[in-house]
Design a protein. Structure first.
Length: 256
């Protein structure tokens, strides 16, 4: 888990990076909670998400927003933090240009930034939103939500009521072709105190399910392409046979 400094729009960005050697390993970016309420990349939920993805063969990046830890700059209320996240994703994609898929995850305030980045980056295939503050921030920009993902919160969360997250998930489920799963962890508060194992289990199971589904779809796509190529080859052979069997023009009849 080497320390890392990334060039960001407000100066250096402090980060931690887990690297997988396979060139096509999937990538994941993790965004931390609100900087003005103690949120950092070392938050226990962020740390848990980081290792959940790493355990599944992802190359994973977590970082401090501007003004947090050793990251330069000052709190910007959202736009600057979104620019930081975009720079972090740029760096991750430069390091892993052949990644088979791209995920983003956020915790509380980090989910609001993550979803805005999702709307701007069509290459993001999936997302994890932990305790999304749908009662505090406007998520209406998710119209439509471009990717399927998971929203998860605790039923003892006093910051973000479970009903609020449920309403957001239901709204997003109405988008064609997009499936938003919503899970509630019993007994968990906003910080998942004493419930990190439950959180990790739910998130891990969801990511495993999506990876298996995506792998199956890629295999089906490869099989369809093989079938199409085989059909094209048969057509080429048939055309060659027709050309070869066509009569060759001889001497003109009727010449005297």
């Amino acid at each position: 888990m080497p320390e890392l400094i990334i060039n960001g729009p407000a100066g250096r960005i402090e980060a931690r990076y887990h690297h997988e050697s396979k060139s096509d390993s999937p990538i994941a970016l993790i965004l931390h909670p609100h900087p003005q309420f103690g949120g950092t990349m070392n938050n226990q939920v962020v740390y848990s998400l980081y290792h959940t993805f790493a355990a599944r063969g992802f190359s994973v990046l977590r970082f401090n927003f501007r003004g947090v830890g050793r990251s330069q700059g000052f709190w910007d209320g959202g736009p600057g933090e979104l620019a930081d996240a975009a720079s972090a994703l740029d760096w991750l994609q430069i390091v892993k240009p052949d990644a088979k898929c791209c995920w983003i995850a956020g915790v509380s305030f980090g989910t609001w930034i993550a979803m805005q980045l999702l709307m701007r980056r069509p290459e993001i295939d999936g997302f994890i939103c932990v305790a999304p503050p749908s009662n505090l921030y406007d998520f209406s920009f998710l119209a439509p939500c471009p990717s399927s993902g998971l929203m998860i919160n605790g039923d003892k969360d006093r910051v973000v009521p479970s009903a609020s997250v449920g309403e957001l998930a239901v709204k997003l489920k109405t988008q064609r072709g997009i499936k938003i799963d919503h899970e509630v962890v019993p007994g968990a508060n906003h910080f998942f105190q004493d419930k990190l194992e439950d959180l990790t289990s739910v998130v891990g199971s969801y990511v495993d399910m999506r990876l298996a589904k995506d792998a199956a779809e890629r295999e089906q796509k490869r099989e369809r392409e093989k079938e199409r190529e085989a059909a094209r080859e048969r057509d080429r052979q048939r055309e060659q046979e027709e050309v070869a069997s066509a009569p060759v023009g001889g001497d003109d009849e009727g010449d005297e």
